[in-house]
Ligand binder design. Structure first.
Ligand code: G
Ligand code: G
Ligand code: MN
Ligand code: NA
Length: 245
């Protein structure tokens, strides 16, 4: 497609940028890390979000070089942060099936100087269909000392089996289950599941103080969302981290 051809050019000509959305600890709201979110600075259309191009990238396989670029950019940036903050990078099921994916991650860590413990790889429940190559890569990442997070939690399939077989450290409650005045039974159940499996519970898409308070009571350790901070350019986050440490 034309979009895919343009995206290929974007990769070659450095039109992609990484924004960072802070992840905070509950209840104090201290920035403990950030999620890397790719954007495309399109020469004609302006700044595009992933919704405009990730699907085309997946279909054409361009997600593999794009993902490698994001990984290098995000680890390089996080290595400049003043503390122990971690960076979370989204990895698609397609990337995770690639032979040698852990070596790519190891190279990004070596090049950037970022310690493995400060990198979190976000995967979704769709990796469950990836089979043996995927599981081998997940174990490879774990052996590097990288942390794994199960993103958009609750929206996919085979949740329980995956949790029992996949070496994840964290689960990220999908924003559609963040309590909004209705009963918070799902958010509660997910927090309890996290405790049962010994995993860290994070909530995303937190937009109000009321939601943050409820999530804290339910046992969520970390949160992310517009209530705390929007995704922002790297320099903006770096400035915040250096003035508040
Ligand atoms: O930034 P925004 O909220 O528009 O992101 C929308 C979706 O795009 C998110 O669900 C996120 O997981 C996905 N996304 C953002 N950056 C990346 C990336 O670098 N790689 C992959 N595979 N997905 C990404
Ligand atoms: O990986 P994931 O698809 O979950 O990426 C997070 C996406 O959610 C990003 O595109 C980000 O811009 C968006 N987002 C972040 N915080 C909020 C929020 O508080 N509310 C809503 N509606 N979207 C958010
Ligand atoms: Mn994510
Ligand atoms: Na998510």
């Amino acid at each position: 497609s034309r979009r895919a051809a343009a995206l290929r050019v974007a990769l070659l000509e450095d039109q992609l940028v990484v924004y960072f959305q802070p992840v905070v600890t509950l209840p104090d709201g201290r920035i403990t890390g950030a999620e890397a979110l790719v954007r495309w600075q399109h020469p004609a259309e302006g700044l595009l979000g992933p919704g405009a191009f990730i699907e085309a990238a997946e279909q054409t396989g361009l997600i593999v070089p794009l993902g490698a670029w994001v990984l290098r950019a995000a680890t390089r940036e996080a290595a400049t942060w003043p503390g122990e903050q971690s960076v979370s990078v989204n990895v698609s099921a397609r990337q995770l099936r690639e032979p040698g994916f852990p070596s790519l991650v190891a190279a990004a860590l070596t090049e950037s100087g970022l310690p493995a413990r400060r990198l979190t790889v976000e995967i979704t429940e769709s990796v469950a269909v990836g089979g043996g190559a995927t599981m081998e890569n997940l174990r490879g990442l774990r052996d590097l000392g990288v942390r794994l997070s199960l993103d958009d939690f609750g929206t996919g399939a085979s949740t329980l089996t995956l949790l029992a077989t996949c070496p994840v450290h964290q689960i990220k409650l999908d924003r559609s289950f963040v309590p909004d005045g209705r009963p918070d039974a799902i958010a509660d159940a997910v927090a309890q599941m996290a405790r049962a499996f010994g995993l860290e519970a994070v909530a995303e898409g937190v937009e109000t103080a009321e939601q943050a308070a409820r999530l804290t009571r339910l046992g969520y350790e970390k949160a992310q969302g517009f209530h705390f901070a929007r995704p922002m350019p790297a320099a903006e986050l770096r400035a915040r981290l250096t003035t508040t440490v």
